[in-house]
Design a protein. Structure first.
Length: 537
């Protein structure tokens, strides 16, 4: 009887983000990607692999004996060669012909149960070891080229770093149209992301995840419970391919967006590549390789698994890229999962932190913020709002250890009022106060340098002290804000809060002003003039 086998790698986030060095994070991601590679690792013909990628796989064997024999070989290679310290939950379920979809649903429950019931591995490490790995603190098993002790995990990472470069090479732009003679690479060091010397440098850790994809797959399985096995296999491969292409298209679009804004600027008598946007004074020079004409893009992909995308970038462009990613996400059709072949939406979390903050905590914050955005989206969908679309949430700075996002936002509440409107919808029109509204009308300047917002209206732009004073007044409540606005209007006729907000700053029980003020000196918008976008290959 045929057998369906499900594989789910465990604790992937801890494995990938266990080091604070970007090159090790990238190598760990390459390991995860390689573990479910059909040809090199699974070593199975295409007919036996229904799905594979992102640390998960669904396989089909002719018998239970064959499935168990393959599993024994795979787990041995996983432990000895591919990914030391990485564990996997694997389950098998036999099924009669014509019951593939039904068995698949049951297998998902089996995997969830296996992960809950498994006995965690408690390895006895460190016996007779006299040195600890300089990066992980685990028992050292070798020394690197510099004579430093490293663990088995780091050994695997070092072997896979070159695989990272191969994996992402196809996403690099073939040319930089406004920086002729220069070529681009992804950085493997956080210091190469774009940080500016002698200034506080921030990076953005961004996690994008499709909305309800698991639910859509289960709905598709129930819809095909009586369908033929061949139809289930064919459609599964089709929507799996579409999801993979979706993630790839989103990443391509982000790289194109950056490449379109790289221009040559004169510095010390030389023409060097710099990233430009709105406002102009937030643009920055890009890091270059020690020799040659290679420039490092201020973005580096870490995880790409269909509807799941994680990347790190310069903190100044994190929100712009995130919003662009969510907009691109919905434009790509996904067969059998999207309604009538349409696309699916996604939500995102962004942690904007210091460049050498603990990487795992930054990713955990981004993941928690993504869940916060999804909850807000679902609340609006449940309230009957039209088109909940994609949402995003962000935080500047890390939360304290063991503190969740809601607890960290305790300082954003006063007397029953909220000093933030986060999360914000990016697509779908779930409410008037969208990210585009905050970005272009409250923060400003809008497209083509309009005079809207704190950064566009000259009456606000000319007095940064007013903006900073407004930040403190908001915590005292709308009455104090309105009183101060009236006083300012006496000396500056026509001064008003942006986006038509009332003088008190609270259109309801929440205000977007603190969100905008927080981004005044941080957020760089990468506008894409049509002629520049078309020129990027």
């Amino acid at each position: 009887m045929p057998v369906l086998t499900g594989i789910d790698l465990l604790a992937i986030q801890e494995y990938v983000f266990g080091s604070n060095r970007l090159r090790d994070v990238l190598a760990a991601s390459a390991v995860i990607d390689a573990v479910t590679n059909r040809e090199q690792v699974l070593q199975l013909p295409e007919a036996k692999v229904i799905l594979a990628g992102g640390g998960n796989a669904l396989l089909e064997f002719d018998s239970l004996e064959e499935a168990r024999r393959w599993t024994a070989n795979f787990t041995r290679r996983l432990h000895d060669e591919l990914a030391p310290d990485l564990e996997a939950a694997i389950v098998h379920r036999e099924f009669p012909t014509g019951r593939l979809a039904e068995t698949w649903l049951k297998l998902q429950a089996d995997l969830a149960r296996r992960k809950l019931e498994r006995v965690p591995s408690v390895p006895l490490m460190g016996l007779s070891v006299t040195a600890a790995c300089i990066l992980t603190g685990r028992p050292a098993t070798a020394v690197d080229d510099g004579g430093q002790p490293i663990s088995r995990r780091v050994e695997a990472f070092r072997r896979m770093l070159q695989e990272f470069r191969k994996r992402w090479h196809e996403f690099l732009p073939r040319a930089l149209p406004h920086a002729p003679g220069w070529q681009a690479e992804f950085p493997v060091d956080l210091d190469e992301l774009g940080r500016t010397r002698e200034e506080t440098s921030l990076i953005g850790v961004v996690h994008v995840d499709g909305n309800g994809v698991g639910r859509l797959i289960r709905r598709w399985l129930r819809r095909n419970s009586e369908a033929s096995d061949e139809k289930v296999r064919r459609e599964a491969r089709e929507w799996s391919s579409d999801l993979r292409k979706l993630g790839e298209q989103v990443l391509h679009s982000l790289v194109r967006r950056i490449a379109a804004r790289i221009e040559l600027k004169e510095k010390d008598g030389r023409q060097i590549p710099a990233l430009t946007g709105q406002p102009e004074d937030l643009g920055f020079a890009l890091h270059r390789a020690a020799s040659g004409t290679t420039v490092y893009l201020p973005i580096c992909p870490i995880v790409l698994g269909g509807d799941d995308l994680t990347f790190v970038c310069d903190g100044r462009i994190a929100l712009d890229l995130t919003a662009a990613a969510l907009e691109t996400f919905e434009r790509q059709p996904v067969r059998h999962l999207g309604a009538d072949g349409a696309g699916i939406s996604a939500s995102a979390g962004v942690a904007i932190v210091r460049s050498h903050a603990p990487f795992y905590r930054a990713y955990a914050a981004a993941e928690a913020l993504c869940q916060s955005a999804k909850r807000a989206r679902n609340e609006h969908a449940g309230a009957g709002s039209a088109g909940p679309g994609g949402w995003m949430d962000w935080i500047v700075g890390l939360t304290r250890p063991l503190e969740n996002v809601e607890e960290a936002r305790g300082s954003y509440r006063t007397d029953g009022l909220k000093l933030t409107m986060r999360p914000y919808p990016v697509t779908g029109g779930a409410r008037r106060e969208t990210w585009q509204w905050l970005d272009e009308q409250v923060l400003g300047p809008g497209p083509q340098g309009s005079d809207k917002g704190f950064r566009g209206d000259p009456r606000w732009r000319a007095s940064r002290n007013r903006v900073k004073q407004l930040e403190n007044l908001l915590r005292l409540g709308p009455e104090e804000v309105e009183r101060q606005i009236l006083m300012w209007q006496a000396s500056t006729p026509g001064l008003a809060l942006p986006a038509g907000l009332p003088n008190g700053g609270f259109p309801g029980s929440a205000t977007p002003l603190l969100d905008a003020i927080e981004l005044v000196d941080l957020h760089l918008r990468l506008e894409e003039p049509a002629q520049k976008e078309e020129a990027v290959s």
